[in-house]
Design a protein around this ligand. Structure first.
Ligand code: NAP
Length: 249
């Protein structure tokens, strides 16, 4: 019962992956601050988590990409009386072709998927450093491991985030606090609604949630979800360029 009475902040609590992780923690008796843009969706998720065993659920409706992360986070940590786990789950995929033709859309994507996430991660790192305990979990993507033509702008944000979280993990390790970048592969969620989801590589949000909950306790600083993506990405990262360039991925 690893999540008993844990104080957990989830940024992007309406994400299918985040919700699946929250359900596991709720069953363990966790306390939550849930952050998402839609207050009605937040109310529904909060009631569901209470029925599943969450001891306390506070909901904060806000756009995570537009605010003072450090001030907001300190208020949330105060509400919980300390921070055991922060899960940064929000993100947007964007549409590669449109992004390549629209610099404003690129700026917006970078603000959501990278710039604001950096601010939240640094704010969380400062809290964990003060406490000398706790874990920061950030959802990155296998798309961040090697740039490819179908999604390299989103991939650049996730790749940058991975380097940041690795660095925070390295900084926190000597004092007993942790940071982990979780890299999902293809997951059946609203984000990938437009994709044809056939084949063995597609997993459900619950599979990523199990990896996240385990990573909150041990392991990292890099974990793949499901775990077999570690081997796929090892291969992809090391494919010679002349072969990689022929792949339509
Ligand atoms: N699904 C996949 O195949 C896959 C693979 C690799 C990585 N990921 C990553 O996994 C994470 C979770 O995504 P998901 O698959 O669970 O998809 P999802 O259900 O569509 O969740 C994405 C969530 O991000 C929220 N969000 C976006 N911008 C936000 C903002 N500015 N402020 C607050 N919330 C914001 C969305 O909120 P609204 O509901 O308000 O729009 C939505 O709830 C993302 O970081 C994504 O990049 C997903």
């Amino acid at each position: 019962m690893t999540g008993v009475n844990k104080g957990i902040i989830i940024l992007g609590a309406a994400s299918a992956i985040a919700e699946a992780a929250a359900r596991i923690w709720a069953a363990q008796g966790a306390r939550f601050v849930l952050v998402a843009r839609d207050p009605r969706r937040l109310d529904v998720i909060a009631s569901d988590l209470k029925t599943r065993g969450a001891v306390e659920v506070a909901a904060v409706a806000l756009d995570c990409s537009k605010l003072n992360a450090d001030v907001e986070l300190d208020a949330m940590v105060k509400k919980l009386g300390g921070l055991d786990i922060m899960l940064l789950a929000y993100g947007t995929l964007g549409e590669q072709k449109r992004l390549e033709a629209d610099p404003d859309a690129v700026r917006e994507l970078i603000q959501t998927d990278f710039a604001s996430a950096v601010a939240w991660c640094l704010a969380a790192s400062a809290v964990l450093e003060r406490q000398r305990s706790g874990a920061l979990l950030v959802i990155g993507s296998v798309a961040g491991d090697r740039g490819r033509r179908s999604n390299f702008i989103y991939g650049a944000c996730k790749g940058g985030l991975a380097r940041l979280v690795e660095g925070i993990a390295h900084k926190l390790a000597p004092i007993g606090a942790r940071a982990v970048i979780v890299k999902p592969g293809f997951i059946k969620t609203p984000m990938t609604a437009a994709f044809e989801k056939r084949g063995l590589l597609w997993a459900k949000p619950e599979a990523v949630a199990r990896v996240i909950v385990k990573a909150a306790e041990r392991g990292g600083p890099v974990v793949y979800a499901p775990a077999f993506w570690r081997w796929i990405m090892l291969l992809i990262r090391h494919l010679p360029t002349f072969i990689f360039n022929k792949l339509d991925i």
